[in-house]
Design a binder for this molecule. Structure first.
Ligand SMILES: Nc1nc2c(ncn2[C@@H]2O[C@H](COP(=O)(O)OP(=O)(O)OP(=O)(O)O)[C@@H](O)[C@H]2O)c(=O)[nH]1
Ligand SMILES: [Mg+2]
Length: 366
């Protein structure tokens, strides 16, 4: 799972990337014009895996991970420059869109003053322009090959024209209903405005809760215009990149003390990671034992046999049964053997739909 951090220049993308990854890429008061895209792997924070590790004391603990990309910012109205950025971020499963909401006169703002909602819309429009360019080019190419005598695929043209119409009326594609066949046609196009998105208002650390709520509410209103169910595709949060970066440099003890002073139980970055995970409809199941306690990522709705395949293809092929217990149930009892004795370890077949937090032991035979 890969997430691209994007937004206008100087919104704090690299600051947030550093906080997420523990890296130390240079940030600056000026707009970055040149940089190589940076990719880094981040562990998904999950208190459940910590508790399981505490119980099983395994040799190894393996959480799930997510990849983040940091690259140049987008420029209002510069389709060519933005295309360079889009060409790289279009591979991502989702976008983390950072919107500057902090005041600092020393940090140049490409559009002048601090106006988070204007900036939010500006970037959404750049996604739309970028996609419109892609659709138009694709339709031209189809037309050219038609002239050369190649029979065009009517289905593709139909769905591309629907995209074009939506984009021309400034509607992001993520809010257009496509059936499964249409989605399959569109997937290789990797449209930006079709990607799920987390909006991150990067605020001053001392911004009041009311002011943060106001920004979030305004952004909700903006997305609600497109769909009352916009939350299926867009999540909106706020954090302070600068504060998160400082937090990420502390030892766990210092972090705890600092956060409890603020009356918060975990860094806002954890929320960002979790929200993105949920947005992409990913869930985790666990395997446990003395050797390893491990979290595995699957798409919501995956059945037990497919989930086994995440671990090893032999397990999928030779799948017999899954022994399953939910995380909460397990914690109440505290041991697998007593659950087994009480008959609380469920035996599930290959079609069982795995739930978030399931602890699973697969039985298989090869
Ligand atoms: N006050 C304040 N300053 C911040 C915050 N986040 C970032 N900055 C500052 O804003 C400036 C730009 O931050 P970067 O992280 O380089 O921003 P960027 O979006 O990566 O910038 P480009 O890559 O040039 O587009 C730096 O001087 C940061 O220290 C924040 O939450 N509060
Ligand atoms: Mg940067």
């Amino acid at each position: 799972m890969r997430l691209s951090i994007t937004g206008l220049a100087n919104t704090g993308k690299t600051t947030i990337f550093n906080a997420l990854t523990g890296l130390d890429l240079p940030t600056s008061l000026y707009i970055t014009r040149e940089m190589e895209p940076q990719i880094a792997t981040v562990r998904v924070p999950d208190k459940r895996i910590e508790s399981l590790a505490h119980i099983f004391k395994p040799k190894k603990v393996t959480p799930t991970t997510v990849e983040y990309i940091d690259y140049l910012g987008l420029t209002k109205g510069d389709v060519q420059q933005n295309k360079k950025v889009f060409d790289f971020i279009k591979e991502a499963d989702a976008i983390v869109h950072v919107v500057r909401s902090f005041e600092d006169e020393a940090v140049i703002h490409p559009l002048g003053g601090i106006e988070p909602l204007r900036d939010l819309e500006t970037v959404e429009f750049e996604f739309i322009f970028g996609d419109l360019e892609l659709v138009t080019k694709r339709l031209q190419r189809i037309e050219e090959s038609r002239k050369k005598g190649k029979k065009p695929k009517d289905e593709e043209i139909k769905v591309l024209l629907r995209c074009k119409e939506a984009l021309e009326s400034e509607r992001p594609l993520r809010f257009v209903q496509f059936n499964e066949e249409e989605q399959a046609i569109l997937r290789p196009m990797q449209f930006l405005s079709d990607k799920p998105e987390v909006i991150v208002f990067n605020t001053d650390e001392y911004m009041s809760a009311e002011d943060r709520q106001y920004l979030i509410k305004k952004a909700e209103e903006y997305f609600k215009k497109f769909s009352p169910h916009y939350e299926d595709k867009v999540k909106i949060i706020s954090l302070s990149g600068k504060l998160e970066m400082e937090l990420s440099r502390m030892t766990p003890e210092e972090q705890k003390e600092f956060l409890s002073g603020l009356g918060i139980d975990e860094p806002a970055l954890n929320k960002l990671i979790k929200v993105s995970y949920g947005l992409l409809r990913f869930i985790s199941f666990f395997t446990v034992g003395e050797d390893e306690v491990r979290a595995w990522t699957i798409k919501e709705g995956t059945n037990a046999q497919k989930a086994a395949g995440k671990i090893h293809s032999d397990m999928e092929r030779g799948f017999i049964r899954a022994e399953v217990v939910g995380y909460e149930e397990f914690i109440k009892e505290g041991s697998l053997s007593s659950l087994r004795q009480k008959g609380l370890l469920r035996l599930e077949g290959k079609d069982y739909i795995v739930k978030d937090g399931d602890i699973i032991n697969f039985r298989f035979n090869v």
